[in-house]
Design a protein around this ligand. Structure first.
Ligand SMILES: Cc1cc2nc3c(=O)[nH]c(=O)nc-3n(C[C@H](O)[C@H](O)[C@H](O)COP(=O)(O)OP(=O)(O)OC[C@H]3O[C@@H](n4cnc5c(N)ncnc54)[C@H](O)[C@@H]3O)c2cc1C
Length: 500
């Protein structure tokens, strides 16, 4: 039995804690914040409740595996509901598309909304994406990153390499299969699921819409935050100890091995194994010594483009919006302008700015647990935003900016047919700076590093660090961000540490 210290009680930290405790280790979780969840956060006031981070669960099989490995059934722990329809899309030309939650219903819905042949085009793309998924799931998503060995595993058959097309971008893949510009927008948007720009992200991200449509879009009744609490329950049931309000100041090394951590108040917690669920950039900048063993990771992190961040509005609304889907996406006329602004490229080269006319995502769960009464709504509104980077990019703390931008987002929503300005009881604005403050992710990057560039997946830190006894879990480590991949990273870490 090893003494394991886990840094951070985000989903990555909690899932590793639950798995390692179930394997018989003695686990302590140290979380700086007063509550668990990290980005999988929660806000509640006057009967209005909100998930402040994720609003969509995909690949529920990853969560099922996590609960099965820790002695429970996912369905007994949370009330998981498959969404159908999955999303309501509104395009700048006025087209509305209600995307079904079942794969077999997608082609006819596309034909009905976008015209004949749209379903066939999308199917052709998803066939290719399904092949990519079969090739990459096991050797990449479910396996530790091991540099050249990983590449060799992925490149075992020339046909597989041709299917993955590592040289092609997601945008390029869309151009090849999709002739309808609205379908191309749909595909482009999936780059943002990993915080990326479709013009630079690899074609293999087409596996994201494939996985979403094949395995479903899911919601957790009572809010996704309940997932964090349910995973914590599994960890505690196996004897793990949680300490909140316990910020870690540094990782302790002895004879070259991880030997525990030191808290901000100077207390030391000894350990045989340290699992860091903290943002990898923050771990390397603040908690680890800058020496040869961490140099390669620092270099890779500096080479990678950080993920985009998000600007969030939590809206407590009077009254109900007829016909509103659980998830709604309202596209702008010029999607490229959004990526230029967010990443500070193209017409905003070197100068990231808030998006003038952003894509707006609204999540409005029809769930009595989230509202004070049947005549109210609690909306989570998200737009892509540049990271908080006062030194060389955007300063989200500039006076008045957050409230002004919140007004702008509400005006954009109104222009696109969802004017709720006279229904707002109150609103909470959460900027990238707030995300950084609350979760310790550098700049409020949602997914660690982005997938921009063909080598991006290999610039993400591996789960086994070069320091013996130190492991990295969570959205900023391999295989990447988003709840399912974070769950897989915990599975990989538990496999690397092994049973007690
Ligand atoms: C607005 C938003 C929307 C999103 N939407 C979706 C979605 O719909 N679907 C989806 O799958 N994913 C979504 N994501 C991404 C998803 O939330 C993350 O990938 C995932 O929750 C990351 O989990 P994690 O454990 O890696 O990191 P985190 O949740 O960031 O956890 C890290 C934890 O470490 C703690 N910590 C940091 N520093 C220290 C320290 N020094 N000492 C102790 N503790 C420390 C933090 O407080 C935090 O609790 C979204 C994220 C955001 C922000």
């Amino acid at each position: 039995m090893a003494r394991v210290v886990v840094l951070g009680a985000g989903l990555g930290g909690l899932a590793s804690a639950a798995r390692l405790a179930a394997l018989g280790h003695s686990v302590t979780v140290l979380e700086q914040a007063p509550a668990v969840g990290g980005k999988l956060g929660w806000f509640s006031r006057d009967g209005h409740s909100f998930d402040t981070g994720p609003s969509l669960v995909t690949l529920p099989q990853v969560l099922r595996d996590l609960f099965a490995a820790t002695g429970g059934r996912l369905e007994d722990a949370v009330d998981l509901v498959r969404l159908d329809p999955a999303v309501g899309y509104r395009f700048a030309d006025g087209t509305r598309l209600t995307m079904p939650g079942r794969l077999d219903a997608v082609p006819s819905a596309l034909d009905d909304a976008l015209g004949r042949d749209a379903g066939r085009q999308w199917n052709a793309l998803l066939d290719r994406a399904a092949a990519m998924w079969r090739i990459s799931e096991e050797p990449f998503l479910r396996t530790p990153l091991a540099g050249a060995a990983t590449l060799a595993r992925l490149a075992r058959r020339p046909g597989d390499v041709a299917a993955i097309a590592p040289w092609q971008t997601l945008r390029g893949l869309g151009r090849r299969y999709l002739h309808d510009p609205r379908l191309r927008l749909l595909l482009d948007r999936y780059a943002t699921y990993s915080g990326s720009d479709p013009r630079r992200a690899p074609a293999v991200l087409a596996t994201v819409p494939y996985a979403e449509q094949a395995f479903g879009s899911w919601y957790v009744r009572g809010g996704l935050h309940r997932l964090a609490l349910a995973v914590l329950d599994r960890a505690v049931a196996h004897g793990a100890v949680l300490r909140t309000g316990a910020p870690v100041r540094r990782v302790l090394l002895e004879a070259g091995r991880a030997a525990g951590v030191e808290l901000a108040d100077g207390e030391r917690v000894a350990a045989d194994v340290v699992v860091s669920g903290v943002d990898a950039a923050a771990l390397h900048a603040r908690l680890l010594p800058a020496d040869d063993r961490t140099r390669a990771v620092r270099r890779d992190l500096a080479r990678a483009t950080p993920s985009l961040s998000g600007f969030v509005l939590l809206l407590a609304l009077r009254g109900r919006t007829p016909g509103l889907a659980h998830h709604t996406v309202l596209f702008p006329e010029d999607y490229d302008a959004e990526f230029d602004a967010v990443f500070g490229v193209g017409r905003h080269a070197g100068r990231p700015v808030p998006v003038d006319d952003p894509t707006v995502y609204v999540s409005a769960p029809d769930d009595p647990a989230m509202v004070p009464d049947a005549h109210s709504e609690s909306w989570f509104v998200l737009v892509n935003a540049p990271r908080h980077d006062p030194a060389s990019g955007m300063d989200w703390n500039s006076p008045g900016l957050a409230e002004r931008y919140a007004d702008r987002v509400l005006a954009v929503l109104a222009r696109r047919g969802l004017d709720v300005r006279d229904r707002v009881r109150w609103r909470v604005v959460r900027t990238p700076a707030a995300l950084e403050r609350d979760t310790g992710s550098v700049g409020g990057a949602i997914y660690g590093t982005s997938s921009n560039g063909s080598r991006a997946a290999f610039l993400r830190p591996a789960n086994a660090s070069r320091i013996p006894g130190l492991f990295l879990v969570g959205g900023s480590a391999h295989p990447g961000g988003g709840l399912p991949l974070v769950g897989l990273s915990a599975q990989i870490v538990a496999g690397l540490v092994g049973p007690a």
